[in-house]
Design a protein around this ligand. Structure first.
Ligand SMILES: C[S@@+](CC[C@H](N)C(=O)[O-])C[C@H]1O[C@@H](n2cnc3c(N)ncnc32)[C@H](O)[C@@H]1O
Length: 215
């Protein structure tokens, strides 16, 4: 397994599926190549995925054609600056490992009373062994305040503290090697290599999962 084959967060899927999704039009923020979008397509009326990466959206569109899925569409769009109403009426907004303050406010503006925003995102302890906090990570309290300030009632919010353990240096390296280019932009890659060399084989991969309802 590597980061790309990591399965979808189970809690998030369950939180979404508790809702009467069959007749819903759903928006997936930061959809990548559509991992969550395609997982939800069979249980919703229609789902739109947006991502700022044209490469990811192209791949998602190719997969939709390959798999013959016709209740999905994908758009290149920045979830922080886009007015989501351009995608038509939306009944639920979801996000799997994409999060930003602006996206929470945009979701609140787009959703109607009683509609749900459900997400899994990086928790502040994620990769804490490597010393560099992700600017996309949130604390429990920080996320709770953000959701409330944006006009949501928090129905579920929990930090899932998973610790990944690797048997060997190679296994650990292979799992994260795809992150090298990104991590080299901060000292995270250097810290990772040092941690590996010093015998580190465990890493915290904590996730914040939540469901909030528009007031
Ligand atoms: C960790 S990936 C998760 C992708 C997908 N949701 C999944 O679970 O496989 C984060 C995604 O968010 C996208 N992203 C980052 N910032 C964004 C923004 N401001 N607007 C839209 N997408 C963004 C990235 O291009 C990337 O595809």
């Amino acid at each position: 397994m590597n980061l790309h084959t990591k399965p979808l967060n189970r809690t998030l899927l369950n939180l979404i599926k508790e809702e009467p999704t069959e007749d819903m039009r759903v928006l997936d923020l930061g959809c990548g190549y559509g991992k969550l979008t395609f997982a939800l397509a069979p249980v919703v009326k229609y789902i739109t995925g947006i991502d700022r990466s044209p490469e990811q959206i192209k791949r998602a569109e190719e997969l939709a054609v390959e798999r013959g899925i016709d209740n999905v569409e994908f758009h290149v769009a920045d979830a922080r600056t886009t007015d989501y109403s351009r995608f038509g009426k939306i009944d639920m907004i979801v996000a799997h490992f994409f999060m930003s303050n602006e996206a929470v406010y945009n979701s609140s503006r787009c959703l109607g009373h009683g509609n749900v925003f459900a997400f899994a995102c990086f928790h502040e302890d994620r990769l804490k062994e490597l010393g560099v906090k992700s600017r996309f990570s949130y604390s429990l309290d920080g996320m709770e305040d953000l959701l409330k300030n944006a006009g949501f009632r928090v129905e579920y919010l929990d930090a899932e503290k998973e610790v990944l353990e690797f048997k060997s240096k190679k296994e650990f390296y292979d799992y994260f090697k795809g992150s090298k280019a990104r991590w080299e932009q901060t000292s995270r890659w250097k810290n990772f290599m040092e941690y590996l060399e010093q015998g580190g084989r465990k890493i915290t991969y904590s996730t914040l999962v939540g469901k909030a309802r528009k007031l």
